[in-house]
Design a protein around this ligand. Sequence first.
Ligand code: ADP
Ligand code: ZN
Length: 517
Amino acid sequence: MTPLQALQKYFGYSEFRHEQEDIVKQVLAGHDVMALMPTGGGKSLCYQLPALLMDGLTIVISPLIALMKDQVDSLNVNGIPAAFLNSAQNPDEQRDIINRLNRREIKLLYLAPERLFGSESKLINFLKSLPVSQIAIDEAHCISHWGHDFRPEYLMLSGLKNEFPKVPVIALTATADKLTQKDIVDKLALHNPAIFVASFNRANITYRVILKNKSFYQLLDFLKNRTEDAGIIYCLSRKSTETLAANLKDEGFSAEAYHAGLDNATKARNQEAFLRDEVKIIVATIAFGMGINKSNVRYVVHMDMPKNIEGYYQETGRAGRDGLPSDAVLYYSPGDVMKLKGFVTLEDNEEQSRVMLRKLDDMATYSELHTCRRKFLLNYFDEEAPDNCGSCDICLSEYKKFDGTLIAQKALSAVARLNQRFGSGYVVDFLRGSKSDKIWNDHKQLKTYGIGADISKAQWQRYLREMQAYGYLKTSDDGFPVLKLTPKSDAVLKGTEKVELTESQIIEEKTTEIPPF
Ligand code: ADP
Ligand code: ZN
């Protein structure tokens, strides 16, 4: 049977996706492989198909015991003999699986790393007595300190190549930058591996960022026509997941909360209900989601700004794993950035907090983009992308541009006259000629005071953000939200450079056309 025939026979799919076919062929040829594919890209098939085509047993290492059952069940439904061994099983169940392994009745065996290598475990010696033809390591980034989900028990896997020197190893992950990739190869001691990095583009996901303004009502508006759809809503705090879930229930939605502080029974119940479509909405902290195999999640909403692009992309990637059109919505507020930065500066490790601050800035930049969001995300992961994706809020909208030079000059001279020592709130109030006591009396004497009274507060804030995005203004390097001039400001003030600004009203939103997955 060829790989393609096996794909059709066992999985009912007509063709391979991405680089699945090449990966399968490499494994069948006995090579070590490392494969990076986005969530929903179809990683499982890369080892499941070879498992069926090779004699002998495939061992699958997976971090989450809770997920093994789902994976094994869905293989069994397709008539593929798979099983798992874990500490939650009673001795009889375990013995039964050992017997079936002895009778060579099982093709795929799922294990947690500590089960394979645990000190009391005789399992490894038993498995070495079986004809093992492949070892697959799911979520391989967990072996690296540089990955964002390091798991110490994964380090045990560095002994794998010693124990099974002749068995090809395939390492799979959806999230690993260059550093993490190298670390995975080193720690697993992969031998001259074939490395596959699939495109991380999730063409069926439309990305939107909406400026936060009474976000609960904004959310209700978004959910209005989606009552039948499954979705995940992420919040920063445990408390807010519970409050939001309760509020959504009050509005008649089918919603449950999920966070690490809930007892195990509640967590399991809410997750199960969501997987079975009995609950439509899970309101969760980022504790929810890793390895969740639910293909029909139609939207992922972030009520608060995530801490970094990696996490954000991973979380939004849980939408649309079936390839159908799906939405990723982020409610953004510059205040969130300040709040998160505040938390970060409390960290004692200086190097760590510097990295975290930089990542927060990247996330803020993404949120305030005036160019294609998909391009930014893909570039972030070192992938090329066209300027216009046709399916993010920026590319879908025809914003009208206008000559905003005069507005920019007013803003820049205000910043200059205030000696570059004030934040945007003060600058705006000053421009609008606010009578408030907060404005210093000296400032009320300046010529620039009140020169922008014709423009609303919110509008000014938008223009200031846009000017920052174009580099005409910046915030202070020391992390304070103080507006500063940049080398580009001068030409604008002198009138030698024109500034194009965007009219805030969206003129038209085109309907989405989904490019092929
Ligand atoms: P992940 O990379 O996140 O582990 P999965 O292996 O769970 O992704 O696959 C995601 C979904 O895509 C699953 O529903 C799977 O059955 C489906 N899938 C995988 N490969 C193909 C294919 N070649 N054609 C159609 N659907 C596929
Ligand atoms: Zn775009």
